[in-house]
Design a protein around this ligand. Structure first.
Ligand code: XIL
Length: 353
């Protein structure tokens, strides 16, 4: 259980209104330097049954101290949204650039937060030198993968205690994605990546992360089979359920059953990238219900250790602000979704500080 501060006093001041207008006129790109400016002050204690995390963009923290402060006030875990991906860390072959990632990770740690590392091996957001290379032969693929995992894990040793080692390895029909790693190494690329990570730093918790495994089906079955195989070799500690959904979203009972099915292998499970995309016709209340269902599903499973949303304000979401997918609106005011989330997770509420 973790104690953290939930804000109150959400009334938008005039400055916030200016930001709102700017956001509406400029889209989410134009006014990001003011994100969360003028948002809530004051606070009350909220004890969450499950720690909360959020994806964070470092550029926003630099441009808008209010955005960073808002994150620090509401969340215990940070997942850098893009800053730990391969295109960011190894922009040229053999040249690693940790400047941004270090600043971001150190900032979070200095404020008492934990960092979830996302992601070591994936087929997206690869550096150009790799994405545009000729098909890799086995030896080169292993060398590139090994150097990358070892260099990154060693660099963050003692600072990042948990990493997504492999992300999104399957298609929705449960077959392996034939990505660059698969083409060179076959399905073993996954076990190889985990084995290298384990050997490099046995203290780091190693996760598999995937989208579309919140409900039973061929995709979840394939991921579960993978997790079991890795578990036998003691190579995996956690599974992230991305949970990019739209209302009504996964029914609470069905999702809890799915979380339990994975947890039964011995791993921890976490909701790793939650957002709830809305179309024009869907209401914020419908969204809130989906947030509550996911939160209750996680809370009901002992080994569900965290809920991380993919961002926190609609002003900065990979879905775009029109999707309104996150618990705080573009002014960083709480939506029904935030109240639903915190209600579903609250153990006690005490008086304002
Ligand atoms: C997304 C980021 O949010 C975007 O900013 C970026 O342009 C593309 O990647 N699954 C994942 C995340 O595992 O890394 C993705 O993040 C969203 C889907």
């Amino acid at each position: 259980m973790t104690t953290f501060v939930a804000r109150k006093g959400w009334v938008a001041g005039p400055r916030a209104m200016i930001v709102a207008v700017a956001l509406l006129l400029g889209g989410c790109g134009g006014a990001v330097d003011r994100i969360c400016h003028g948002a809530a002050t004051g606070g009350k204690q909220f004890v969450s049954a499950v720690p909360l995390g959020a994806a964070v963009r470092w550029q926003h923290v630099k441009d808008s101290p209010a955005y960073g402060r808002f994150f620090l006030d509401h969340y215990q875990w940070m997942t850098p949204e893009n800053e730990l991906k391969m295109d960011a860390l190894e922009p040229e072959r053999g040249r690693f650039d940790f400047q941004t990632a270090d600043a971001m990770v150190n900032w979070a740690l200095a404020h008492g937060k934990h960092v979830h590392g996302h992601v070591l091996i994936w087929d997206s957001q690869l550096p150009n030198w790799l994405a545009s290379s000729r098909p890799l032969d086995r030896a080169s693929a292993l060398r590139i993968m090994g150097t990358y995992i070892r260099t990154v894990l060693r660099h963050f040793r003692g600072r990042i205690g948990e990493w997504d080692v492999v992300n999104e390895a399957f298609q929705s029909d449960g077959s392996y994605k034939h990505n660059l790693w698969y083409k060179a190494l076959g399905p073993d690329y996954i076990g190889d990546a985990f084995a290298i990570a384990r050997a490099t730093d046995p203290h780091v918790r190693l996760c598999y992360n995937d989208d579309g495994i919140e409900l039973p089906g061929p995709h979840a079955d394939a991921a579960l089979a993978l997790v079991k195989a890795l578990r036998v070799r003691d190579l995996i500690d956690c599974v992230g359920f991305e949970t990019h959904v739209s209302p009504p979203g996964p029914p609470q009972g069905a999702m809890a059953a799915e979380l339990r099915r994975f947890a039964a292998t011995g791993v921890d499970v976490l909701i790793s990238e939650l957002d709830v995309r809305l179309t024009r016709h869907e209401s914020l209340d419908a969204q809130a219900k989906t947030y509550a269902d996911v939160a209750r599903a996680c809370r009901s499973v002992r080994k569900c250790v965290r809920i991380t949303t993919w961002g926190f304000t609609d002003a900065s979401s990979w879905l775009g602000s029109a999707a309104r997918g996150l618990p705080f609106n573009a002014l960083c005011q709480p939506k029904p979704a935030w109240r639903a989330l915190t209600t579903a997770l609250a153990t006690t509420t005490t008086t304002p500080r």
